[in-house]
Design a protein around this ligand. Structure first.
Ligand SMILES: Cc1ncc(COP(=O)(O)O)c(C=O)c1O
Length: 493
């Protein structure tokens, strides 16, 4: 995203980059393909609503097509309700009023009414019985709090203590006043950016990275500084810490957002030496680290890594560690947190006061109860996930011999090199088979990662097998003329 997006107008060159590789392989049906790609960008939120598009002539020059081609695409988009134009003034993106014309389920309600295969959310169902038991116990715990007013900017003391104890057990001594409870990890990212970065400030991000973090950076009006993840052995990715160091030196970012534990989407794990190097870099350059450890509990092979903050002073405001109950327990709890210095927690708490005055009490009590059984709950989750990962890798090897998936040592998804820049087209085709995907470019800037697809292994085994069969059908349709692109879901987790 650049300043053009913030001002809700996009220049022809930026737009051409965002469009990525949209041309059909046979070069036919250019106007339709261009319209499909623009529609996809609007529906999945990569092109914000009310953005003024470049004039026909400018776009035609930027993407090397005739002006008639662009005019035909814009006309098709107007008919589909995705574009609104005023003569002489320009054309703006908008949401179509009715359901999309492909009569599939709405992309804005990912679960809809139909039995969708949701691979846009890398998230598991709740552990049913333990969660019900924790909720019942939490209702009892609530009694002791009902005489108070219930507002607490920092979070419920019982939960702050449980989170602090968990860090201490992982080797990072922590007191409850070093923990701020948030409404999930995404809220934590937004809050940290609100306090630590202003409009125009640079924020370093891994590339690819978690789409909602890119969204939070854009929403703050900050400028992302993407640092590419490097290719590792066998489809894996790794951090190039030399590159990261020079990016920090060159760009002097206000903040660096990193996901060292099973990086979303690549699944990479930063080793202890890399973690120490990162904290050292942050200290030498006074760059605050926003460390997203949302997936840290989901280790599938080998021992868990130590939290990044263990490599510095345990009460330093230079490292903000983000955690969440969403992947360890359940996304529906909407509980996350930030662990940092007590003084920084007070700053963050003051900043949230104008927005939500604190989180819901009952859910916090439920998570405090669940954290008391953390080890047994995560152990069973891991067994299921190891089987699910290996099953999906096996199905891919059999069904798509040309794909090169990563084999992550943890987390919830594979990052697959498709061998061709067709991720958005596959996503559109898969929608017709009731499979929801998040295309590779969701995880990057300027249309990057069109050759990649994130594939979560979070469905039950028989549903996953069916989803792979449906993907295989979609894959064979990619080059068929007239395969229009349907929308992606707005939400990706
Ligand atoms: C790296 C990362 N951070 C944050 C989140 C969001 O978590 P939450 O549901 O707690 O907002 C996710 C969820 O997918 C994630 O993968």
């Amino acid at each position: 995203m650049d300043r053009a997006d913030i001002e809700r107008r996009i220049g022809a060159r930026s737009f051409a980059r965002l469009l990525g590789d949209w041309r059909p392989p046979d070069g036919k049906g250019l106007a339709g393909a261009l319209a499909d790609r623009i529609r996809l960008l609007v529906l999945d939120g990569r092109l914000p609503l009310q953005t003024r598009l470049p004039a026909e002539r400018e776009l035609a020059a930027a993407v090397s097509v005739s002006r008639t081609t662009v005019a035909t695409s814009y006309e098709a988009l107007r008919s589909a309700g995705v574009l609104r134009s005023r003569r002489g003034a320009g054309s703006w993106t908008q949401l179509p009023a009715g359901p999309p014309d492909d009569s599939g389920p709405s992309p804005f309600s990912p679960l809809g009414d139909s039995p969708l295969y949701d691979l846009a959310h890398a998230a598991l169902p709740a552990p049913r019985e333990p969660l019900r038991a924790a909720a019942t116990a939490a209702v009892q715990d609530l009694d002791a709090l009902l005489a108070g007013h219930g507002y607490d900017l920092g979070g419920q003391p019982a939960l702050r203590s449980a989170i602090a104890d968990r860090y201490t057990a992982r080797g990072l001594p922590t007191t409850p006043d070093q923990v701020l409870v948030t409404a999930g990890g995404v809220h934590a990212i937004h809050l940290a950016l609100t306090v630590l970065a202003g409009p125009g400030d640079r924020v370093l991000v891994e590339h690819p990275t978690y789409p909602n973090a890119l969204g939070a950076v854009a929403a703050r009006g900050a400028r992302p500084v993407p640092v590419p993840m490097a290719p590792g052995p066998g489809g894996a990715s790794r951090w190039d810490l030399d590159l990261l160091t020079s990016a920090v030196r060159d760009a002097a970012p206000r903040l660096a957002y990193v996901i060292p534990d099973f990086q979303n989407p690549t699944g990479a794990l930063l080793d202890d030496a890399g973690r120490a190097q990162l904290v050292d870099l942050a200290r030498r350059t006074s760059t605050t680290l926003l460390v997203d450890e949302t997936l840290a509990d989901l280790t599938l092979d080998g021992p868990a890594a130590m939290p990044v903050a263990t490599h510095g002073a345990t009460d330093s405001p230079l490292v903000l560690s983000i955690g969440s109950a969403s992947k360890t327990f359940w996304g529906g709890l909407r509980i996350g947190w930030i662990r940092t210095s007590a003084a920084m927690v007070r700053r963050l708490a003051a900043a949230r006061a104008g927005v939500d005055l604190g989180g819901p009490v009952l859910e916090q009590l439920v998570v405090a109860r669940l954290l008391a059984q953390h080890d047994s709950l995560t152990a069973s989750r891991r067994c299921e996930l190891v089987a699910a990962r290996d099953h999906l890798l096996g199905s891919i090897a059999r069904t798509f011999p040309g794909w090169r998936p990563s084999r992550p040592g943890g987390g919830l998804s594979l990052w697959v090199d498709l061998g061709r820049p067709v991720s958005s087209r596959l996503t559109g085709a898969a929608r017709r088979h009731d499979v929801l995907l998040a295309a590779g470019p969701r995880f990057g800037l300027d249309g990057a990662f069109e050759r990649y697809l994130r594939l979560p292994f979070t469905l039950r085994q028989n549903r996953m097998a069916e989803a792979v069969d449906r993907l295989a059908a979609a894959w064979t349709e990619l080059d068929r003329p007239g395969t229009a692109v349907a929308g992606e879901p707005v939400a990706v987790a």
